[in-house]
Design a protein around this ligand. Sequence first.
Ligand code: SF4
Ligand code: SF4
Length: 202
Amino acid sequence: MTKLNRREMGNSSEEDLAHRVLKDIKAPSDLGLLRCVQCGLCTSMCPASRHSEYDAREIIKRVLDNDESIIDDEIIWNCFYCYTCHSVCPVGNSVCEVNQILREMAIQKDVGKKQIESFMSFADSYLAEGLGIIPEEYHGQLKIDYGKHWENLQEQLQDIREDLGLESMYLLPEAKESVDKTLEAIGFKKRVQEIKDVRNRK
Ligand code: SF4
Ligand code: SF4
């Protein structure tokens, strides 16, 4: 028999995991987390659930059961934000958005920082160029995927842009400075440094 969650037992607390998710700044005001009826439609349509041990419905169940261990569980990182669950849920819940909040909680606890290490080179490109360029460490795989077209694109990108009447994709110095100030003001630089510090401590 399914274990009753706190909400069903009538002793939900403003401090339980579900309410903390709902109070998060990322949570839409109409997020139907507490209305989840465990129908499993999200799981039936979820590609991550099809190809891994991840189970979209189970994620919501654990949140409603106030199971804090889900924050540390690597399974939450299997979702890739396709939003299919979001579009099919009959009660307006979104496993996708709940997952985003759980991951943020994991990052705050440091346990999630190692999961986003692989994105640090994107962060570095924002810091260096003010925009997200494809980091060099991904070029090898792209070369395999695109074959000769990748070489052509790499070598002729500027020519192609000029043919199309486009200017350089890189930012002008004033724009770059403006992005740099914004990244500082919103705490992006501090956050990137914190993540790198965790990596360096290992
Ligand atoms: S589709 Fe919606 S109501 Fe059904 S289990 Fe998933 S989150 Fe809950
Ligand atoms: S957003 Fe995540 S949980 Fe939702 S269907 Fe896509 S992979 Fe599954």
